[in-house]
Design a protein around this ligand. Sequence first.
Ligand code: HEC
Ligand code: HEC
Length: 266
Amino acid sequence: MARRTGDTALDRWFLRRVALIGAGLLIVAGIAWIAYVWVMDDALLTTDPDLVPQDPRLVAYANAMARPLWTENCASCHGADMKGKADLGAANLVDDDWLYGSGHVSEIEYTVTYGIRSGNPKARNLAFMPSFVRPNDTKEKLQALSPAEIRDVSAYIFSLGGRRQEPGAVARGARLYTDKGACYDCHTPDARGDHEVGAPNLTDNIWLYGDGSPRSVFRSIAEGHAGVCPAWQGRLTPLEIRALAVLVNDRSHAAPAASQPSGTAP
Ligand code: HEC
Ligand code: HEC
């Protein structure tokens, strides 16, 4: 009887010790975690954004922070797989083909912070694609193109992308591209686009709008476009915006990830 009481007291003493050590370890782990988050948040925010991609630990940390933000804020337009939606003109963000800049974290961060034609005073907003059916409502004083002329200039663009076209249409389209249409003014003389004003490359068979069919390109030229990406300044913190910019940069430069099937999470 006496021996059993002693045993139970010893058991209790032992259990209490185990519980105390366990609680102590939990507190230490909690403090270590808070310190880790604090150090990593600070590193992500204070490192030169364009050097972050060289630090795999920081990239992994930013990606983990950015994924839920992407799902909540960006996926509705750019898709859960980040490959964009051509019906909305929401750019594919994993193909390393850029409307603005050349895919550096700082450039992506600028776009996300201030938006594109978002109404923010610092938004990217130097040009839009005029309607060539009714070009009078633009400040460039462009001339209207007839449907036949729009088809010719389309044929010229397609030929630059390596698609076989009727040579007469290509020759007429080439003239329209430089004189009456003044397309070169925004899309550059070689039609490879201007990353300052957000005029897409027309030779790479990557289409912001539609599927690149004659019909959808005709529509782009006839009706014009002025796509809007919202400004996220004030809606997301600078740290969150930095994390998203790192995620976009990382996904667009990871060749195997870019070929993932549609519909998978980033
Ligand atoms: C309401 C729809 C919408 C939402 C939401 C949206 N975007 Fe956009 N975004 C667009 C459109 C449309 C464009 C293309 C604008 C244009 O035509 O120039 C774009 C362009 C961009 C570009 C420029 C790509 C390039 O090639 O230069 C980046 C970067 C971008 N979005 C990031 C984001 C991020 C990050 C989020 C979430 C925080 C987001 N967007 C949310 C519609 C959206
Ligand atoms: C004032 C500048 C400007 C002029 C002039 C201009 N464009 Fe554009 N174009 C743009 C911009 C900016 C966009 C992207 C619009 C957007 O992001 O919503 C664009 C988009 C396009 C697109 C859609 C590309 C895609 O990837 O879906 C086509 C096609 C196009 N332009 C063809 C032409 C042709 C052909 C001409 C001449 C007849 C022309 N553009 C003249 C600025 C211009």
